[in-house]
Design a protein around this ligand. Structure first.
Ligand code: SF4
Length: 215
């Protein structure tokens, strides 16, 4: 099977079986999404969604959060992983948005990566989800599922995976495809024990065909 055929089959499958795929983080505007994305590092979306209502009720705008100290923010995010670092990142992010971007969350990956707590993957998520710009954030699920399916070959880093996926997935499908791969990795193609018998992709999955993995 050619790479093109593999992509076509995968896209067709997801289009039919997961027509609506979107982030599980709850947010109302770009600022809220940046806050959620910073909190979501090494933390579940479910936990983040429990934290953000009170946090954003206290600091509803980037200007309000910019006036807060990390210690004040810490009180609202203590149930999250790494609350000390994340409180510093949130305070620093808000100040930078106010000082350098006139209080507007920037759109480009390069600008977003200047914000404390926002690395390349997070910047890709924000530009993609908040602004609809084409991007392919590669987290552990996207990295693993792409490799297993054979959508990527020999990719050793998230950036290599990103480049291969962007080369083959139509631009207008990148947002949805990102969520397809994440959700498939989160609920079916699990890291330790993929649920291959429940998976509609196994007929052309390279991992299934070559690993001898049969449940
Ligand atoms: S067949 Fe198995 S390894 Fe392949 S994508 Fe499906 S769950 Fe993952």
């Amino acid at each position: 099977m050619t790479t093109r055929e593999r992509y076509n089959k995968t896209i067709s499958y997801f289009r039919e079986n997961m027509p609506f795929a979107e982030t599980e983080l709850k947010y109302e505007n770009p600022f809220g999404l940046v806050v959620s994305v910073i909190l979501s590092a090494q933390c579940t979306d479910k936990r983040v969604n429990m934290i953000t209502p009170d946090l954003l009720a206290k600091y509803p705008t980037v200007q309000a959060m910019a006036r807060a100290t990390p210690d004040e923010i810490f009180n609202y995010i203590r149930s999250c992983s790494y609350p000390n670092n994340k409180a510093k990142h949130l305070a620093g992010m808000a100040r930078k948005v106010v000082q350098d971007f006139c209080g507007q969350v920037p759109e480009t990956v390069e600008e977003l990566m200047t914000l404390p707590g926002v690395g390349r993957k997070s910047a890709n998520v924000i530009t993609l989800v908040a602004f609809g710009n084409p991007a392919m954030p590669v987290d552990t699920h996207v990295f693993r599922v792409s490799a297993r399916l054979g959508l990527t070959t020999g990719a050793k880093t998230p950036l290599e995976t990103e480049k291969q996926l962007v080369r083959h997935i139509p631009r207008n499908l990148l947002t949805t495809a990102h969520h397809w791969l994440i959700l498939h990795g989160r609920y079916v193609c699990l890291a330790r024990k993929p649920k291959c018998q429940e998976c509609g992709l196994r007929a052309w999955c390279r991992y299934y065909a070559t690993s001898g993995y049969r449940l």
